[in-house]
Write a protein that binds this ligand. Structure first.
Ligand SMILES: [Zn+2]
Ligand SMILES: [Zn+2]
Ligand SMILES: [Zn+2]
Ligand SMILES: [Zn+2]
Ligand SMILES: [Zn+2]
Length: 299
Protein backbone atom coordinates (compact mmCIF):
# COMPACT_ATOMS: atom_id res chain seq x y z
CA UNK A 1 0.00 0.00 0.00
CA UNK A 2 1.25 3.46 -0.90
CA UNK A 3 0.44 7.16 -0.86
CA UNK A 4 -2.75 6.75 -2.87
CA UNK A 5 -4.21 4.28 -0.38
CA UNK A 6 -4.36 7.06 2.20
CA UNK A 7 -7.34 9.42 2.55
CA UNK A 8 -6.81 12.51 0.33
CA UNK A 9 -6.15 14.85 3.26
CA UNK A 10 -3.31 12.60 4.50
CA UNK A 11 -1.80 12.52 1.01
CA UNK A 12 -1.96 16.29 0.90
CA UNK A 13 -0.39 16.70 4.35
CA UNK A 14 2.53 14.39 3.48
CA UNK A 15 3.16 16.00 0.10
CA UNK A 16 3.14 19.39 1.86
CA UNK A 17 5.46 18.13 4.61
CA UNK A 18 8.06 16.82 2.17
CA UNK A 19 7.44 19.35 -0.61
CA UNK A 20 10.97 20.77 -0.54
CA UNK A 21 12.81 17.44 -0.05
CA UNK A 22 11.07 14.63 -1.93
CA UNK A 23 9.06 13.97 -5.04
CA UNK A 24 5.62 12.35 -4.84
CA UNK A 25 7.24 9.09 -6.08
CA UNK A 26 9.83 9.20 -3.30
CA UNK A 27 7.14 9.83 -0.67
CA UNK A 28 5.22 6.85 -2.04
CA UNK A 29 8.39 4.71 -1.77
CA UNK A 30 8.90 5.81 1.86
CA UNK A 31 5.32 4.79 2.66
CA UNK A 32 5.81 1.38 1.01
CA UNK A 33 9.07 0.88 2.94
CA UNK A 34 7.28 1.66 6.23
CA UNK A 35 4.56 -0.93 5.65
CA UNK A 36 4.12 -3.43 8.46
CA UNK A 37 5.78 -1.16 11.04
CA UNK A 38 4.22 1.28 13.49
CA UNK A 39 5.33 4.56 15.00
CA UNK A 40 6.85 4.22 18.43
CA UNK A 41 4.81 6.05 21.01
CA UNK A 42 6.13 9.22 22.54
CA UNK A 43 5.14 9.82 26.10
CA UNK A 44 6.29 13.03 27.66
CA UNK A 45 4.03 13.14 30.66
CA UNK A 46 2.25 9.89 30.12
CA UNK A 47 1.56 7.29 32.73
CA UNK A 48 -2.18 7.13 33.20
CA UNK A 49 -5.34 9.05 33.93
CA UNK A 50 -4.82 12.67 34.89
CA UNK A 51 -7.17 14.64 37.10
CA UNK A 52 -6.72 17.43 39.54
CA UNK A 53 -8.01 18.07 43.04
CA UNK A 54 -8.02 21.02 45.40
CA UNK A 55 -6.05 20.62 48.62
CA UNK A 56 -6.48 22.15 52.06
CA UNK A 57 -3.61 24.52 51.15
CA UNK A 58 -5.97 26.23 48.69
CA UNK A 59 -4.00 25.01 45.68
CA UNK A 60 -4.95 22.50 43.01
CA UNK A 61 -2.76 19.42 42.66
CA UNK A 62 -2.23 17.29 39.57
CA UNK A 63 -3.01 13.60 40.07
CA UNK A 64 -1.99 10.66 37.93
CA UNK A 65 -3.96 7.50 38.64
CA UNK A 66 -5.23 9.22 41.82
CA UNK A 67 -1.73 9.94 43.17
CA UNK A 68 -0.52 13.55 43.34
CA UNK A 69 2.50 13.86 41.05
CA UNK A 70 3.82 16.78 43.12
CA UNK A 71 3.97 14.85 46.41
CA UNK A 72 7.05 13.20 47.88
CA UNK A 73 6.44 9.47 47.78
CA UNK A 74 6.60 8.35 51.40
CA UNK A 75 9.00 5.65 52.50
CA UNK A 76 7.48 2.59 54.15
CA UNK A 77 8.58 3.87 57.56
CA UNK A 78 7.10 7.31 56.94
CA UNK A 79 3.86 5.95 55.59
CA UNK A 80 3.14 4.52 59.01
CA UNK A 81 3.50 7.91 60.71
CA UNK A 82 1.74 9.97 58.02
CA UNK A 83 -2.04 10.33 58.28
CA UNK A 84 -3.79 8.59 55.35
CA UNK A 85 -4.73 10.96 52.54
CA UNK A 86 -2.07 13.48 53.55
CA UNK A 87 0.64 14.15 50.99
CA UNK A 88 4.04 15.59 51.85
CA UNK A 89 5.28 18.41 49.64
CA UNK A 90 8.85 19.55 49.60
CA UNK A 91 10.48 22.44 47.77
CA UNK A 92 13.96 23.77 48.17
CA UNK A 93 15.73 26.85 46.94
CA UNK A 94 19.21 28.33 47.20
CA UNK A 95 19.88 31.59 48.96
CA UNK A 96 22.99 33.74 49.31
CA UNK A 97 23.60 36.81 51.43
CA UNK A 98 26.54 38.97 52.50
CA UNK A 99 24.43 40.73 55.14
CA UNK A 100 23.28 43.54 52.87
CA UNK A 101 22.43 41.84 49.60
CA UNK A 102 20.17 38.80 49.15
CA UNK A 103 20.36 36.63 46.04
CA UNK A 104 19.20 33.20 44.90
CA UNK A 105 22.78 32.53 43.79
CA UNK A 106 26.06 34.08 44.85
CA UNK A 107 27.22 36.79 42.41
CA UNK A 108 30.40 36.05 40.39
CA UNK A 109 32.62 38.27 42.60
CA UNK A 110 31.74 36.18 45.67
CA UNK A 111 33.73 33.24 44.27
CA UNK A 112 37.48 32.84 44.29
CA UNK A 113 38.55 32.57 40.65
CA UNK A 114 41.15 29.86 41.19
CA UNK A 115 39.80 27.65 43.95
CA UNK A 116 36.10 28.14 42.98
CA UNK A 117 35.39 28.50 46.70
CA UNK A 118 32.84 30.94 48.08
CA UNK A 119 34.82 33.77 49.74
CA UNK A 120 32.12 36.41 50.28
CA UNK A 121 28.86 35.88 52.17
CA UNK A 122 27.06 32.65 53.01
CA UNK A 123 25.09 30.34 50.79
CA UNK A 124 22.27 28.20 52.07
CA UNK A 125 19.73 25.77 50.77
CA UNK A 126 16.31 26.41 52.26
CA UNK A 127 13.88 23.52 52.27
CA UNK A 128 10.19 24.03 52.85
CA UNK A 129 7.89 21.08 53.46
CA UNK A 130 4.17 21.04 53.96
CA UNK A 131 1.41 18.45 54.18
CA UNK A 132 -1.60 18.60 51.88
CA UNK A 133 -4.91 16.81 52.27
CA UNK A 134 -6.98 16.68 49.11
CA UNK A 135 -10.48 17.94 49.77
CA UNK A 136 -12.02 18.91 46.44
CA UNK A 137 -13.77 16.87 43.76
CA UNK A 138 -11.60 15.59 40.89
CA UNK A 139 -11.63 18.14 38.06
CA UNK A 140 -10.15 18.75 34.63
CA UNK A 141 -6.52 19.98 35.01
CA UNK A 142 -6.77 22.10 31.84
CA UNK A 143 -9.35 24.31 33.55
CA UNK A 144 -7.22 25.27 36.55
CA UNK A 145 -5.48 28.61 36.17
CA UNK A 146 -1.70 28.67 36.71
CA UNK A 147 -1.95 30.80 39.84
CA UNK A 148 -4.21 28.18 41.49
CA UNK A 149 -1.82 25.32 40.80
CA UNK A 150 0.55 23.66 43.25
CA UNK A 151 3.94 25.47 43.01
CA UNK A 152 5.89 22.25 42.51
CA UNK A 153 6.57 21.81 38.78
CA UNK A 154 4.54 19.03 37.16
CA UNK A 155 3.33 18.13 33.66
CA UNK A 156 0.27 20.38 33.76
CA UNK A 157 -1.40 21.15 30.45
CA UNK A 158 -1.65 24.88 29.69
CA UNK A 159 -4.75 26.68 31.01
CA UNK A 160 -7.46 26.18 28.41
CA UNK A 161 -10.56 27.74 29.94
CA UNK A 162 -13.53 28.96 27.95
CA UNK A 163 -12.15 32.53 28.04
CA UNK A 164 -9.09 31.50 26.02
CA UNK A 165 -8.99 31.25 22.21
CA UNK A 166 -10.13 27.72 21.44
CA UNK A 167 -11.58 27.28 24.93
CA UNK A 168 -15.12 26.70 23.63
CA UNK A 169 -13.95 24.15 21.10
CA UNK A 170 -11.93 22.38 23.77
CA UNK A 171 -14.91 22.32 26.17
CA UNK A 172 -16.96 20.63 23.45
CA UNK A 173 -14.21 18.04 22.81
CA UNK A 174 -13.87 17.27 26.52
CA UNK A 175 -17.64 16.89 26.92
CA UNK A 176 -17.81 14.48 23.96
CA UNK A 177 -14.50 12.61 24.16
CA UNK A 178 -12.89 13.30 27.54
CA UNK A 179 -9.96 15.40 28.77
CA UNK A 180 -7.24 12.75 28.24
CA UNK A 181 -5.26 12.76 24.99
CA UNK A 182 -7.58 11.37 22.29
CA UNK A 183 -4.72 9.41 20.73
CA UNK A 184 -2.63 7.83 23.52
CA UNK A 185 -5.12 8.25 26.42
CA UNK A 186 -2.02 8.45 28.65
CA UNK A 187 -1.46 12.18 29.13
CA UNK A 188 -3.62 15.25 29.66
CA UNK A 189 -5.04 16.70 26.45
CA UNK A 190 -3.26 20.00 25.84
CA UNK A 191 -3.47 20.93 22.14
CA UNK A 192 -6.36 21.36 19.68
CA UNK A 193 -5.08 19.19 16.85
CA UNK A 194 -6.43 20.24 13.48
CA UNK A 195 -6.04 19.63 9.78
CA UNK A 196 -3.98 22.51 8.42
CA UNK A 197 -5.80 22.56 5.08
CA UNK A 198 -9.44 22.35 6.12
CA UNK A 199 -9.10 23.86 9.60
CA UNK A 200 -11.20 21.01 11.03
CA UNK A 201 -10.30 19.92 14.54
CA UNK A 202 -9.29 16.23 14.71
CA UNK A 203 -9.06 15.86 18.48
CA UNK A 204 -7.47 16.98 21.72
CA UNK A 205 -3.89 15.76 21.96
CA UNK A 206 -1.10 15.71 24.50
CA UNK A 207 2.05 17.64 23.60
CA UNK A 208 3.97 14.47 22.72
CA UNK A 209 1.35 13.08 20.34
CA UNK A 210 0.76 16.47 18.72
CA UNK A 211 4.46 17.00 17.99
CA UNK A 212 4.98 13.65 16.30
CA UNK A 213 1.63 12.80 14.76
CA UNK A 214 2.21 13.99 11.22
CA UNK A 215 5.45 12.10 10.63
CA UNK A 216 3.43 8.87 10.49
CA UNK A 217 3.96 7.13 7.14
CA UNK A 218 1.74 4.15 7.89
CA UNK A 219 -1.38 3.59 5.84
CA UNK A 220 -3.01 1.45 8.54
CA UNK A 221 -2.12 -0.59 11.62
CA UNK A 222 -0.44 2.22 13.58
CA UNK A 223 -2.21 4.19 16.36
CA UNK A 224 -1.33 7.48 14.67
CA UNK A 225 -2.56 6.25 11.29
CA UNK A 226 -5.81 5.05 12.88
CA UNK A 227 -6.28 8.47 14.47
CA UNK A 228 -5.57 10.33 11.22
CA UNK A 229 -7.73 7.99 9.10
CA UNK A 230 -10.72 8.43 11.40
CA UNK A 231 -10.18 11.55 13.54
CA UNK A 232 -12.26 11.13 16.72
CA UNK A 233 -13.58 14.71 16.60
CA UNK A 234 -14.40 14.73 12.87
CA UNK A 235 -18.14 14.22 13.45
CA UNK A 236 -18.28 17.40 15.58
CA UNK A 237 -17.24 19.60 12.62
CA UNK A 238 -15.38 22.10 14.82
CA UNK A 239 -13.04 24.59 13.20
CA UNK A 240 -9.71 25.73 14.59
CA UNK A 241 -10.38 29.27 15.81
CA UNK A 242 -6.89 30.78 16.09
CA UNK A 243 -4.53 32.08 13.47
CA UNK A 244 -2.08 29.27 12.85
CA UNK A 245 1.17 29.38 14.77
CA UNK A 246 2.79 27.42 11.96
CA UNK A 247 1.86 30.22 9.56
CA UNK A 248 5.04 32.15 10.21
CA UNK A 249 7.52 29.26 10.20
CA UNK A 250 10.34 29.76 7.75
CA UNK A 251 9.92 26.28 6.29
CA UNK A 252 6.21 26.87 5.71
CA UNK A 253 6.97 30.16 3.95
CA UNK A 254 9.51 28.44 1.70
CA UNK A 255 6.90 25.82 0.78
CA UNK A 256 4.42 28.58 -0.08
CA UNK A 257 7.04 30.31 -2.23
CA UNK A 258 7.74 26.99 -3.99
CA UNK A 259 4.04 26.33 -4.67
CA UNK A 260 3.19 29.90 -5.56
CA UNK A 261 0.14 29.99 -3.30
CA UNK A 262 -0.81 29.28 0.32
CA UNK A 263 -2.97 26.14 0.55
CA UNK A 264 -3.39 26.28 4.33
CA UNK A 265 -6.58 27.08 6.18
CA UNK A 266 -6.92 30.53 7.69
CA UNK A 267 -9.57 31.25 10.31
CA UNK A 268 -12.26 33.79 9.40
CA UNK A 269 -10.53 36.55 11.37
CA UNK A 270 -7.47 36.27 9.10
CA UNK A 271 -9.33 36.15 5.80
CA UNK A 272 -9.36 39.61 4.30
CA UNK A 273 -11.63 40.56 1.42
CA UNK A 274 -9.65 40.36 -1.83
CA UNK A 275 -11.48 43.19 -3.60
CA UNK A 276 -13.55 46.00 -2.12
CA UNK A 277 -16.66 46.66 -4.16
CA UNK A 278 -16.79 50.35 -5.11
CA UNK A 279 -20.26 51.75 -4.43
CA UNK A 280 -21.42 54.86 -6.33
CA UNK A 281 -21.68 58.00 -4.16
CA UNK A 282 -25.22 58.74 -2.86
CA UNK A 283 -27.21 61.10 -5.03
CA UNK A 284 -26.78 64.70 -3.88
CA UNK A 285 -29.54 66.82 -2.34
CA UNK A 286 -32.15 64.21 -1.32
CA UNK A 287 -34.04 66.37 1.13
CA UNK A 288 -31.79 66.93 4.16
CA UNK A 289 -30.47 70.46 4.43
CA UNK A 290 -27.43 70.06 6.71
CA UNK A 291 -27.17 73.82 7.30
CA UNK A 292 -30.61 73.71 8.95
CA UNK A 293 -29.70 70.87 11.39
CA UNK A 294 -28.88 72.11 14.89
CA UNK A 295 -26.83 69.89 17.17
CA UNK A 296 -27.69 69.49 20.83
CA UNK A 297 -25.03 68.10 23.16
CA UNK A 298 -26.09 64.71 24.60
CA UNK A 299 -24.41 65.20 27.98
ZN1 LIG B 1 0.93 19.53 44.98
ZN1 LIG C 1 -8.71 27.30 41.70
ZN1 LIG D 1 -1.05 11.57 23.58
ZN1 LIG E 1 -2.73 24.67 11.49
ZN1 LIG F 1 2.63 5.49 12.20
Amino acid sequence: MGLHDMPPYRQMALVWRYLLEYTVGEIDAMIRAAEGKTCRSYRFAGCGTYTCQRGDDGRHHLLCNNIPVCAVMPSRRRRATQPPGSWRHSQSCLSWTDGTRYRVQAPPEAWDRETRALVVGVSRRIEVTWQVTLIGEPTDPGLVRSRHRCPIPADWPGYQGIDRPGGRERARLVAELGAQCHLCQQSPGAILDHDHFTGLIRGLLCIGCNNNLEECLHVTGCPRADYLNAPPAARLRLYYPQPDRLAKHDKELRRIAYLGFDPRFQPASRRLPKTVRELPPPPAGTGIDLTAVSEQPLF
